[in-house]
Design a protein around this ligand. Structure first.
Ligand code: PLP
Length: 365
């Protein structure tokens, strides 16, 4: 069975190096906020071309701590999309604020600039721009619009490590870039992990304090709203081994996406836009009105697929009562049509061709 993401093959390709990094940490006797974390933060900030990186426990915490550092809480309203797995919604609700959902563009499946423009007003506290599926969203345009109201923009880069926009890395453009190092991400740990990037020393300091109880010094809480959200030394050491490979892994992902784009030809399958540079091939997401039939066909041929994501945030059962009036037509349509095909750097050329041939042979039920 071909998985959409084969972590055993991915991490197996560098397992010797990962093992020695873990051994080094074990033998160091220091496991939380030590040298590995400090060095990883320095290296990741440099990779993202930002002045600061503050590592945290996961990507959702990165978003939550970014909002907290900007003093967004009770009564706040944060613009976000509803097709990106509810991570931003979770973070916004965790600080006591409310999501203000905007619809997406049908071709890119990223936030729709016209809708953002209509939704911006002086009651909005922040905008979260999600770079989804490895595709950089038009964050510079959002920043230009939000600046008129003095509203900060947070980039959610959890699915776009290494993507660039006009030569600048995602995560270096907004007030904050928020990253996840969940194992399946383009840069993934062997467990949970996350980071915040910023060019603002004050925001970096606030985030650093918030990730550790609000401490200014050990046992001295100087900032309200602090948490425990730290990246541990093992994960930092693992990420340091993997970071130098990120660009070549992204290249391979792009090549896979390019082959799919050139090879898949089916009247019932709409391919995603292919735009190298601003795209790092995190997930290859096609659309079809008969998505479930395509999914069954792939599965019968030993090819797994996935739906990222099936339920718009405002329809999630736990809080749908709160968003009764919200209905975003493009988001609704996309959630019903999308299907993610396998894409990971270790996929062989034969496997890529098999996915293409199998998709092209599909006869809709
Ligand atoms: C777009 C997006 N934002 C945020 C997150 C949250 O990251 P984590 O799972 O590390 O909390 C994820 C990943 O799962 C994601 O895909």
């Amino acid at each position: 069975m071909l998985m959409i993401n084969d972590l055993l093959r991915h991490n197996g390709s560098i397992s010797e190096y990962l093992s020695s990094a873990v051994t080094k940490v074990i033998e160091s006797g220091w496991y939380v906020l030590g040298n590995e974390v400090k060095e990883f933060e320095r290296e990741f900030a440099s990779y993202c071309e930002t002045n600061h990186c503050v590592s945290v426990a996961n990507g959702t915490d990165a978003l939550e701590l970014a909002l907290s550092a900007l003093d967004i809480g009770e009564g706040g309203k944060v613009i976000t999309v509803a097709n990106a797995g509810a991570y931003s919604t979770t973070a916004i609700r965790a600080v006591g604020a409310e999501p203000a959902y905007v619809d997406i563009d049908i071709d890119t499946m990223l936030l729709d600039l016209a809708h953002v423009k209509k939704s911006l007003n002086s009651e909005i506290s922040a905008v979260v721009v999600t770079h989804l599926y490895g595709r950089a969203a038009p964050v510079e345009e959002v920043i230009a619009m939000a600046d008129k109201y003095n509203i900060p923009v947070i980039e959610d880069c959890a699915q776009a490590h290494g993507a660039t926009l006009n030569g600048k890395r995602v995560g270096s453009l907004g007030a904050f870039g928020c990253f996840s190092f969940y194992p399946t991400k383009n840069l993934g740990a062997l467990g949970d992990g996350g980071a915040i990037t910023t060019n603002d020393p004050l925001l970096a300091k606030r985030t650093q304090m918030l990730r550790q109880y609000g401490w200014q010094n050990k046992y001295e809480i100087a900032l309200n709203g602090g948490r425990n959200s730290r990246l541990d030394e093992m994960q930092a050491a693992i990420l340091r081994i993997k970071l130098p490979h990120l660009d070549s892994w992204n290249q391979r992902r792009l090549l896979i996406c390019q082959r799919y784009t050139q090879g898949i030809r089916h009247p019932l399958i709409t391919l995603p836009l292919f735009a190298p540079g601003s795209y790092v091939g995190h997930l290859f997401v096609v659309r079809s009105q008969q998505r479930d039939s395509l999914r069954d066909h792939l599965k019968r041929n030993n090819i797994m697929s996935e739906i990222h994501y099936p339920i718009p945030d405002y329809r999630q059962p736990a809080f749908s009562g709160q968003f009764m009036g919200v209905l975003l037509p493009i988001t609704e349509r996309v959630c019903n049509e999308i299907l993610t095909l396998p894409c990971f750097p270790e996929m062989t050329n034969a496997e890529i061709q098999n996915v293409i041939d199998t998709a092209n042979n599909w006869v809709a039920a």
